[in-house]
Design a protein around this ligand. Structure first.
Ligand SMILES: C[S@@+](CC[C@H](N)C(=O)[O-])C[C@H]1O[C@@H](n2cnc3c(N)ncnc32)[C@H](O)[C@@H]1O
Length: 268
C-alpha cells in the first residue's frame, strides 16, 4: 500500500506543512526525524522546503523529487524551443496564427500539456481531482508567478492558466450550454502496455499516487456534449481508442497519439 505523509525540512515550514496536512487529511512529520529505511511498503513524503513542494520517495534513493516546474527544466525548454504551432498538440487542438482556442484540460496532472498550450496563446482551464497532484501543480504555478515578476513573457503564459480542483465529470455535468469550451482536452493515465520498456521511476510513482484513471472512458461522452469545436484525447502510441470510440482522425507521434473528435469547422 502507498502511504503519504506531509513533511517539512525546516521549522519555518511547519505551519505551512500542518495546514496542507490538515487539508489532505495526512500526518505531518519533520524530515530527518523519520526512520525511513525500515519501511516495507512504498512511502512518499509531500515535502515543503525552500525549493517548493515536492513528492519524495522513502527511502530517498529510489528516485528524484517529483515537482512541478514551469520556470526551468523541461517545461521551460519546450516553451522556448519546442516548435511552436508545428507541434502535434497545437495541430490537435486546432491552433493557428488566427485561432487560439480556449481549452478545458480535464486531466491536468502536473500541467505540462496545459503549459504548452498556454505558451502558444490558448487560455487553459486545468482540472485536477487528485489532491496531492493538485497541490504540486498549485505550488508550481505559485512559484512561476513569483519568477514572472521579473519575466513578463512567463507571466503572460501563467496568466492564461486557471487551475481548478475538481473531478472533471462533476465539472462538466455542472456546465450549461453557453459555458461550452472551444476544445476539451483529455489525457488520462496511459493504459498498461505489456511490451513497453520499464517506465521511469518517477512515472511509476505518479501512477501509484494517481491510480489507473479507470473511469476515463466515462468522460468522453460528456466532453463531446460540452465542446464547441473538438475533443482531443491523448493516448500512448498503439493504445486502443478511449471508450472504443473511433475519432475523426488521429495525429501519430513516436510515443503518443492525439485522437481528434471534430465537431464543427474551426473559425478561420
Ligand atoms: C496522465 S496525467 C495528465 C498529464 C498532463 N496531461 C500533463 O501534461 O502533465 C492524468 C491526470 O488526470 C487526473 N484525472 C484523471 N481523471 C480525472 C477526472 N475525472 N477529473 C479530474 N482529474 C482527473 C489524474 O489525477 C492525473 O493527475
Amino acid at each position: 500500500m502507498t502511504s503519504i505523509k506531509v513533511s517539512y525540512s525546516h521549522s519555518e515550514f511547519h505551519a505551512e506543512a500542518a495546514q496542507l496536512a490538515a487539508k489532505l487529511g495526512l500526518d505531518v512529520v519533520m524530515l530527518g526525524l523519520v526512520q525511513s529505511d525500515t519501511t516495507v511498503d512504498q512511502d512518499y513524503h509531500l515535502n515543503i522546503g525552500p525549493e517548493g513542494l515536492s513528492l519524495l520517495p522513502v527511502p530517498r534513493a529510489i528516485h528524484g523529487p517529483i515537482m512541478c516546474q514551469f520556470d526551468s527544466g523541461a517545461n521551460s525548454h519546450r516553451r522556448k524551443y519546442g516548435g511552436g504551432n508545428g507541434q502535434a498538440i497545437a495541430k490537435a487542438v486546432g491552433l493557428s496564427g488566427k485561432f487560439y482556442p480556449n481549452v478545458l484540460d480535464l486531466t491536468a496532472g502536473l500541467g505540462s500539456d496545459g503549459f504548452v498550450l498556454a505558451g502558444l496563446g490558448c487560455r487553459v482551464k486545468l482540472l485536477e481531482r487528485n489532491a496531492v497532484v493538485f497541490s504540486l501543480l498549485q505550488d508550481g504555478l505559485r512559484r512561476a508567478q513569483h519568477v514572472a515578476l521579473d519575466d513578463s513573457e512567463l507571466g503572460e503564459v501563467i496568466s492564461r492558466m486557471a487551475l481548478i480542483e475538481s473531478d472533471a465529470q462533476d465539472f462538466l455535468a455542472a456546465l450549461t450550454e453557453d459555458q461550452c469550451e472551444d476544445v476539451i482536452y483529455l489525457d488520462p493515465m496511459f493504459p498498461e502496455r505489456k511490451k513497453r520498456a520499464k517506465v521511469k521511476k518517477e512515472m511509476q510513482a505518479f501512477q501509484r499516487i494517481v491510480g489507473a484513471d479507470q473511469d476515463a472512458a466515462d468522460l468522453l461522452p460528456l466532453a463531446l456534449e460540452r465542446a464547441r469545436y473538438r475533443v482531443v484525447v491523448k493516448r500512448s502510441a498503439g493504445a486502443d481508442f478511449l471508450a472504443g470510440k473511433q475519432p475523426s482522425y488521429s495525429l501519430e507521434g513516436k510515443s503518443t497519439r492525439f485522437d481528434i473528435f471534430a465537431l464543427r469547422k474551426l473559425p478561420s
